[in-house]
Design a protein around this ligand. Structure first.
Ligand code: NAP
Length: 286
């Protein structure tokens, strides 16, 4: 598909395709006598974690996948959390585990996540999964970079294209850069110390913006050929907005993804795609 000018590209058509793919995989697993199930562990009462926790439970029930909610009190000790997690890890009926973040301050999220075996870490947050991704080995990858790749693939962006990634964090920019490299794209990683960011973005075929700054990307950073994938999720006066000034650029670029209704709306579904992938890995490891 050659893109001429398609302006704002919402996630709905993509979501339908991803959902159909997952439903088919779930049905294939059932044919093999297996019932996909994940555990979602939530510790404490952080409102953002509550929102994502509920969203995953809802998505699980829509897809007919067992999502086991494990809630622990705000004052749970590291030992209590670890003991509970160890039980879940050992449960052969649970194929994927998610620890909702943030966890209460007295707990160490990274330490907790790194005790989950890589093939059950469906958030792709463990060092083992990140290392595997970097080495091109089988791995589970965080849903946000996967969602960006869904856009890249559905827009049929040619291999070799340059992709400016404005983010270098372990949850977004770094795994995305590896995915892009593994799929023969040419990532240009930008961060707060990058010089000439405007020129780098303007000259790139694709711009993935995840600076976490509302209004960060405007007409000065794009060209007529730009495809802008907006990962930012910011709350401004009670409204969710991305990092791009979408009204300003939507008629100037080839395509731009909206917020809300873009990258973020794919992630809770892609977790289930990871769950199926995890089941396959577990089967191979037997
Ligand atoms: P973060 O930890 O604040 O990281 C922001 C990144 O952007 C850093 O790498 C930072 O560079 C870079 N940056 C900040 N200001 C910049 C500037 N002026 N010029 C160039 N680079 C700049 O945020 P995060 O957790 O990675 O998340 C980023 C955004 O994505 C947030 O809006 C978040 O809500 C959103 N998000 C969305 C999803 C989704 O599913 N759609 C998932 C996760 C996150 P330095 O490294 O130099 O500081």
């Amino acid at each position: 598909m050659e893109l001429i000018h398609i302006a704002v590209i919402g996630a709905k058509p993509l979501l339908e395709g991803i959902r159909a793919r997952i439903e088919k995989s779930i049905s294939d697993q059932r044919d093999k006598g297996k019932s996909p199930a994940m555990a979602i562990m939530r510790i404490g009462k952080d409102p953002a974690s509550e929102f994502y926790f509920r969203a995953k439970l809802k998505k699980g029930s829509e897809l007919g996948v067992e999502t086991r909610a494990i809630t622990m009190e705000e004052d749970a000790t590291p030992q209590e959390v670890q003991e509970r997690l160890d039980q879940v890890v050992k449960d052969p009926m649970i194929h994927g585990i998610i620890i909702e973040s943030p966890v209460p301050h007295h707990l160490d999220y990274k330490k907790i996540v790194n005790t989950i075996p890589w093939h059950k870490d469906i958030d792709g947050a463990s060092y083992e999964n990140l290392g595997r991704l970097m080495s091109g080995m089988p791995s589970l990858v965080a849903a946000t970079p996967l969602a960006v790749m869904e856009y890249v693939s559905s827009l049929e962006i040619p291999q070799g294209s340059t992709v400016a990634v404005i983010n270098r964090t372990i949850t977004v920019g770094r795994p995305l850069t590896q995915l892009l490299l593994n799929n023969n794209y040419t990532p240009i990683v930008c961060h707060s110390r990058t010089r000439n960011i405007r020129e780098l973005c303007k000259a790139s075929d694709v711009i993935v913006v995840a600076a976490g700054k509302p209004g960060f990307l405007g007409q000065e950073m794009v060209s007529r050929d730009s495809i802008v994938i907006d990962v930012g999720i910011n709350s401004v006066n009670g409204k969710i907005v991305g990092d791009a000034r979408i009204d300003e650029i939507k008629d100037l670029v080839k395509a731009v993804t909206p917020v809300p209704g873009g990258v973020g709306s794919l992630t809770s579904t892609l977790i289930f795609s990871n769950l199926i992938q995890a089941m396959d890995y577990q089967e191979e490891l037997k």
